[in-house]
Design a protein around this ligand. Sequence first.
Ligand SMILES: NC(=O)c1ccc[n+]([C@@H]2O[C@H](COP(=O)([O-])OP(=O)(O)OC[C@H]3O[C@@H](n4cnc5c(N)ncnc54)[C@H](O)[C@@H]3O)[C@@H](O)[C@H]2O)c1
Length: 433
Amino acid sequence: LSRFNKLCIVGLGYIGLPTASTFASCGMNVLGVDINAGIIDTLMSGRIHIHEPGLLEVVQKGIETGKLKVANKPAPADAFIIAVPTPFYDGKKADLRAVKAAAHSIVPVLQKGNLVILESTSPPRTTMDIVAPILEESGLEAGKDFYLAYSPERVLPGKILRELIENDRVIGGITSESAEAGRDLYSCFVKGQIVLTDSTTAEMVKLMENTYRDINIAIANEFSRLANRFGVDVWEAIPIANRHPRVDILHPGIGVGGHCISVDPWFFVEAAPDLTNMIRTAREVNDSQPFTVLDLARNALGSLDGKRIAVLGLAYKANVDDLRESPAVEIVETLVQYRASVIACEPYKPDALYDDFEVCGKIEDSVLDADAVLFLVPHQEFVNLDIQTIVENAPTAVIIDAVNCLAIEKWEDAGFTVYRLGDGKRKAVPRLV
Ligand SMILES: NC(=O)c1ccc[n+]([C@@H]2O[C@H](COP(=O)([O-])OP(=O)(O)OC[C@H]3O[C@@H](n4cnc5c(N)ncnc54)[C@H](O)[C@@H]3O)[C@@H](O)[C@H]2O)c1
């Protein structure tokens, strides 16, 4: 074990809980802290509040062995990790209230020689300009009396436990000793390389990674619109283009959701509006992609008014239960505004509640007598869907595949009309000149 044996993790969500239980499983004494009483109750009763493969087992083991404890406020420890949400306000401004509150909650228990790590994705300079001054309200000086570092998280939901261990980890210290202290802490379980730098570089690296992904998705989405205009099937064109040895175009989709890629680039735009034209434009392209899907639905059904639409998938991406910032939810809400009646099937969150439409967990229940079945998320269960399920429950439905998850020919052979995002070959294109 390192010099940090007692750890306190503030925020027990998708990042904090897997991190806390992984530290516990390598023998550290971990206190997980969350202000949400419901989460603490759930964990105390041996259950977990998020869906993540393998997580329940490690959390239960941590609780049983006594290595993982939970509480509603921090207690003295050797090291603290802050993993609270950093969403944005209206106007796409970073909402750092949770980070500030978490830092304030550590102040009364902070001691000389402690290490504090911010893991929440944050605008550049947050660690130095916002977190350090709050922690210094303890009377201790950052970088001198206690170590302070920023270490971003790059795990993929669905594979969090594996990636926590295997991914390379960046640790940016406000001093080089702080970065080294961070390395001592994480080397308890990280098998990937640990790269040390300063805190602002680490903050910027995290935002650069997600901004790069966002821009690449935006160009794929724009290609899907162009293909539609020119009578080209984007799903045929992209793999051909990708045969170029230095080209790697991503898949178009219904937009970008979740807590990270759709949010983080705005932190750059807010911090430096004069330098971020391309970043802002990419965000706008991805934010408007749901309307490309609505156009596809309108094209398939004529008017949406009064149509019964079964929507398959609400999560922001395949095989996860996370509905935050999900473009699928936005699409459904807009369909309802156009007076379509929607039942959404989300097997990962069957009890999600919305005012304007129903959610269920079974495909059969959502497609009954539907005029159209709209695929918005390529969950494995939808990809594997037996055509017979639709034949039996909604034989005349139009199929709209917004995420290219179906073997279209099979559906057409079964008598369905299929519309697919970015597939301009499946519609008559008027002469352009
Ligand atoms: N989810 C991901 O895949 C992912 C990936 C990389 C980075 N991140 C970043 O990690 C951070 C955490 O994200 P998440 O997905 O775990 O969020 P989350 O919403 O799942 O969990 C955050 C938890 O923090 C708790 N919390 C809020 N304020 C608190 C406070 N003052 N004290 C104690 N607990 C508090 C909330 O109740 C919640 O349970 C964010 O900055 C996010 O951008 C997330």
